[in-house]
Design a binder for this molecule. Structure first.
Ligand SMILES: *[C@@H]1O[C@H](CO)[C@@H](O)[C@H](O)[C@H]1NC(C)=O
Ligand SMILES: *[C@@H]1O[C@H](CO)[C@@H](O)[C@H](O)[C@H]1NC(C)=O
Ligand SMILES: *[C@@H]1O[C@H](CO)[C@@H](O)[C@H](O)[C@H]1NC(C)=O
Length: 190
């Protein structure tokens, strides 16, 4: 009696092990890749410095207001939103070499101080970076001396990018609202 139930247990166990060892169903849903198969070489750290021109005034503004809170009672401009297509230049002067454009929007997202939510793509045009992009999404407390925003990704030469941008105001015209901001972007990419 004991012998036969042992045999039964052995058979059940063997059967269970066999079942659990059947090869997984082959699926095209996901596969593990060697990064070389995507042409990715060594990951590197690059530092880019350029100037961001936000022009609200004149006939060709690069930043236009697209929304505002119904009641303008907030001293911090809470609820304001601007769409931007801002030139990125090599030097602080607008006439210096154009490297690309910052396209996206910023929105006043803080009720306590002037704090922006920035969401933009840097669309580069210069040299081998032409056509590649870096995406920034972060908080910009514009009255602070140095602000930091995350680089959350990129395309082209910036695939798998991550990093951060440190920015400081170079020039701000209180009459027009026009600003020139220095961007130092530190980015890990391939
Ligand atoms: C909104 O702003 C305008 C111009 O700054 C001002 O004249 C007006 O009184 C403000 N309205 C409210 C509700 O604060
Ligand atoms: C960037 O690429 C576009 C599209 O391929 C091309 O038309 C343009 O001339 C290039 N610009 C530079 C500065 O190389
Ligand atoms: C601000 O812009 C106005 C209008 O373009 C100009 O007259 C003024 O000189 C500028 N102020 C500064 C400090 O650049």
């Amino acid at each position: 009696m004991a012998g036969s139930s042992f045999l039964l247990l052995s058979i059940t166990l063997t059967f269970t092990i066999l079942l659990s060892q059947t090869p997984p169903v082959v699926s095209s849903f996901v596969e593990t890749l060697n990064r070389r198969s995507l042409g990715l070489k060594k990951e590197k750290l690059s530092h880019f410095r350029f100037y961001w021109h936000d022009i609200l005034s004149g006939h060709n503004p690069t930043a236009v207001r697209i929304a505002r809170a119904p009641l303008n009672s907030s001293a911090t401009g809470f609820g304001l939103m601007y769409m931007i297509d801002d030139p990125l230049t090599e030097g602080p002067e607008m006439r210096s070499k154009l490297l690309g454009r910052a396209q996206g929007f910023y929105a006043s997202a803080s009720q306590q101080e002037v704090g922006l939510l920035m969401a933009m793509n840097f669309a580069f045009m210069e040299g081998k970076y032409n056509g590649s992009t870096i995406t920034i999404l972060g908080r910009n407390a514009v009255l602070s001396a140095v602000r930091e925003m995350p680089v959350i990704g990129g395309s082209g030469l910036f695939r798998f990018a991550r990093g951060y941008a440190q920015v400081k105001t170079h020039n701000f015209n209180f009459t027009t609202g026009d600003a020139v901001v220095e961007y130092n972007v530190y980015v890990m990419h391939y």
